[in-house]
Design a protein around this ligand. Structure first.
Ligand code: DHB
Ligand code: FE
Length: 282
């Protein structure tokens, strides 16, 4: 029996990774964002799990736009950092956990989630920036093996928020039924409000974001009831990435303790949010 000990939600803006890689985190434009991360990073450094599961979306870097799966899972021994056109980020490749991946795959299939399987996958900023938010100085390796779960948020029709939340709940049961590891951390990534192109480029909706940050802890079912069109209207065409936070939240208990939240506008074109939940009972 394995236990999810924490859930971390964070935006994945590429320039957050670039600011770290280029040692600009103390620059006046970046310092407030990274200051906001500090309490979460300190807590996480004292709570390293045996394995992590990271729910993210690829941005046509690891997977061709013609074959975007709705939900997918990685089963590889390791995942390479993608070259997104300007060289690979100077961060470690990711060690996987194939045995746990296969257990999750089978459990989720048995619950009706017919996942696409990646035996090979390069992971882009959607994956590596959240790892850097969690662990700013990984050295030679990230703190533990990490398994990718990929969600389509880039091609219409994206899965519903309700389906993402249900996937998370099934994921929580799959983890609980595994006796190979003891402790698990789950990351839900992307968001918050942003739109990168079109007539509403630069769109930010702070009141929606603050509502989301509050309800993700207390009443995630309310967020799961919103349609994809509501996400796009309220949070922007890329703000629908927030449905991935619901996969993470679904895998946690009904009651969680909020360790820390942060919100900063803008990081590049995005409202950068973070929420860290302690999932241990009591
Ligand atoms: C930005 C945000 C994203 O979520 C992304 O995938 C790429 C860029 C941005 O704000 O620049
Ligand atoms: Fe994105």
């Amino acid at each position: 029996m394995s236990e999810v000990i924490w859930g971390l939600a964070t935006s994945h803006v590429p320039s957050i990774g670039a600011a770290m890689d280029r040692e600009k985190t103390a620059d006046p434009v970046w310092a407030p964002l990274f200051e906001g991360y500090r309490p979460a990073r300190e807590w996480l450094a004292g709570h390293t799990p045996d394995v992590a599961i990271l729910v993210y979306n690829d941005h046509a870097n690891g997977v061709d736009l013609d074959v975007v799966p709705t939900f997918a899972l990685g089963t590889a021994e390791s995942y390479r950092v993608a070259d997104e056109g300007f060289g690979r980020r100077p961060v470690p490749d990711v060690t996987g956990d194939p045995e746990l991946s296969f257990h999750l795959l089978q459990s989720l299939m048995d619950e009706g989630f017919d996942l696409t399987v990646f035996q090979e996958l390069d992971v882009d900023h959607g994956f590596t920036v959240p790892l850097s938010v969690w662990t700013p100085d990984p050295g030679e390796a990230w703190p533990c093996p990490v398994i990718p779960i990929m969600v389509n948020v880039i091609r219409y029709p994206q899965p519903t928020a309700a389906r993402c939340y249900a996937l998370g709940q099934a994921l929580g049961r799959a983890i609980a039924s595994y006796d190979g590891v003891r402790t698990v951390g789950i990351l839900g990534t992307g968001g918050m409000s942003h739109q990168l192109a079109g007539a509403r480029a630069g769109f930010i909706n702070s009141s929606f974001d603050h509502m989301f940050l509050e309800q993700i802890a207390r009443d995630p079912a309310k967020l799961a009831a919103l349609t994809r069109e509501q996400y796009i209207r309220e949070a922007g065409s890329e703000g629908i990435e927030l449905i991935m936070w619901l996969v993470m939240r679904g895998a946690l208990n009904a009651q969680v303790r909020t360790v820390h939240t942060a919100y900063h506008v803008p990081a590049s074109n995005t409202a950068a949010g973070l929420a860290l939940f302690d999932n241990r009972p009591g």
